[in-house]
Design a protein around this ligand. Structure first.
Ligand SMILES: *[C@@H]1O[C@H](CO)[C@@H](O)[C@H](O)[C@H]1NC(C)=O
Ligand SMILES: [Cu+2]
Length: 250
């Protein structure tokens, strides 16, 4: 009996540990877990129209705000490599004042990076979506650069992954961290609010990629702000918020 109970607990623990938390900020040459607003647990958020999609459900406040230069690397490490399939995106949200005192509300967010499929969308001749997969799968670090044209100031940097294996019930894994951008530029990215950035019933997150396997796919949310100069902008063609290359390039 006792053994059965222990086994049951072990199974529960294992199910839970299949999920993950983006728990460490990468900012330039620094990493910090104290700059991350730590989610309460590794359970996904399902409602992308509610306030918990902004920075997860009641995350505790971060203990520090990390200073980074515009042009520097920004990103997150996750505590277990991404096990579910689905797109990853990194957003920056301009805090009205200090990042520490902002809950992420308002039309202040823009996307700096989206990662998707091994296939190209729309599929190039001869490419296939079957098996449909994402370049984020099994990775544990996700990085982009802060475009040099991003204005100086305090921001929340937000990462999300949407797991797409349940029709109509995406599993969102979300974390925010507090940063202060210095040596920024004069860019003015168009901004969205989170929630509000993905319309209700949007196929990009309602889809179950296993049944039926999609033949085309568009990432959720707005297009990527690429800034005005530099490697980052030159790599992307105009319609491509899709990137299937090596993360280490950034
Ligand atoms: C976030 O802050 C705004 C402005 O201070 C406030 O109106 C709003 O209710 C807050 N939202 C949540 C979910 O706490
Ligand atoms: Cu899951």
């Amino acid at each position: 009996m006792k053994f059965a109970t222990l086994l049951g607990l072990a199974l529960v623990a294992q199910t839970v540990s299949a999920h993950y938390i983006f728990n460490t900020l990468i900012a330039g040459s620094k990493t910090s877990s104290k700059a991350v607003r730590k989610p309460l647990n590794n359970s996904p958020v399902h409602d992308y129209t509610g306030s918990e999609i902004t920075c997860n459900l009641n995350p505790s406040k971060a203990q520090e705000t990390v200073t980074v230069n515009a042009g520097d690397t920004i990103g997150f490490k996750v505590d277990a490599a991404l096990y579910h399939k689905g797109p990853v995106a990194i957003y920056l949200g301009k805090a009205p004042g200090s990042a520490a005192n902002w809950n992420g509300s308002g039309k202040n967010w823009f996307k700096t990076r989206a990662l998707i499929c091994c296939a190209i969308s729309p599929p190039a001749a001869g490419s296939t979506f079957n098996p449909f997969s994402f370049s984020s799968q099994n990775k544990d670090k996700f990085k982009t650069t802060i475009p040099k044209s991003v204005p100086s100031g305090e921001y929340l940097v937000r990462i999300e992954q949407a797991g797409l294996h349940l029709t109509g019930t995406p599993e969102f894994f979300v974390s925010c961290a507090q940063i202060k951008v210095v040596n920024g530029g004069k860019g003015n990215p168009s901004k969205v609010s989170i929630p509000g950035y993905i319309p209700k019933n949007d196929p990009s997150v309602m889809v179950n990629i296993y049944d039926p396997v999609p033949t085309a796919y568009t990432c959720p949310g707005p297009s990527v702000y690429r800034g005005s100069a530099g490697l980052y902008s030159s790599i992307f063609s105009d319609n491509a918020q899709y990137w299937s290359g090596l993360d280490s390039l950034y």
